[in-house]
Design a protein around this ligand. Structure first.
Ligand SMILES: Nc1ncnc2c1ncn2[C@@H]1O[C@H](COP(=O)(O)OP(=O)(O)O)[C@@H](O)[C@H]1O
Ligand SMILES: Nc1ccn([C@@H]2O[C@H](COP(=O)(O)O)[C@@H](O)[C@H]2O)c(=O)n1
Length: 202
């Protein structure tokens, strides 16, 4: 089993890179775990209270459950990944059945901040894009796909995204085995990761 961790600031292109990597692989060869599925359950809070959560701080993530799930997958057991709604700022109550496979990709902004999770990765990757590029992408994506408006994204950027990126996310670059520059689509880097995976699968 090969476990690959892919970190990087919001909007750097983690999900896009993961999709490019797994593009030609079959479902039984690779599974993807998104850190977003592991935002803590906040059903006890009102919607208004949930909008005020700092979603870029490590304490917003249920790392305990993520560690437990990775251990289960390593043992060959199927897990139920919580499904998360960015519109509701909460878990939906539904789950994504995730079966163990030869390659497991874990992606998320904060995954390299946790030592237990870091130790489980065979390869640690950090995707880098400049902060202005990430903000532009985030604005477009969150308005189109996550039910936000410009004011929400800009307020969140100033109050939490930028300071949390500087404090927690950017420093984890230091733990990476590979840094993928992603101001532009980087097909060469994606091909390199794909060939590492292919070697493992053959
Ligand atoms: N290299 C790139 N150049 C331009 N746009 C990109 C690039 N990579 C991703 N995007 C776009 O930027 C947005 C954020 O990308 P996404 O993969 O969701 O980032 P992340 O998962 O790191 O938050 C998406 O709309 C995506 O299509
Ligand atoms: N309810 C939520 C939960 C998280 N976020 C933001 O998502 C970002 C992480 O996801 P990426 O796909 O962008 O890596 C993170 O920066 C959180 O601020 C949110 O807006 N709402």
């Amino acid at each position: 089993m090969l476990i690959i961790g892919i970190a990087g600031g919001t909007g750097c292109g983690k999900t896009t890179v993961v999709n490019q990597i797994i593009n030609e692989l079959s479902d039984n060869e690779v599974c993807v775990i998104s850190q977003d599925s592991y935002y803590k359950d906040t059903s006890h809070l009102s919607y208004e209270e949930r909008t005020k959560i700092n979603f870029d701080h490590p304490k917003s993530i249920d790392f305990e459950l993520l560690v437990e799930h990775l251990r289960e997958l390593r043992k060959g057991n199927t897990i139920e990944q919580p499904n998360y709604s960015f519109v509701e700022h909460n878990r939906t109550g539904e789950t994504i059945t995730t079966r163990p496979s030869k390659v497991i990709i874990v992606e998320g902004i904060l995954i390299l901040t946790n030592p237990q999770i870091r130790e489980m990765f065979d390869i640690k990757i950090f995707v880098h894009a400049d902060s202005d590029e990430r903000l532009i992408r985030r604005l477009k994506r969150d308005i189109a796909e996550r039910g936000r408006d410009m004011q929400e994204v800009l307020d969140r950027y100033q109050t939490t995204l930028k300071p949390m990126h500087q404090q927690f996310i950017d420093p984890t670059k230091e733990f990476a085995d590979l840094i993928i520059p992603n101001n532009h689509y980087n097909t060469v880097a994606v091909d390199v990761v794909r060939s590492i995976i292919k070697e493992r699968l053959d």
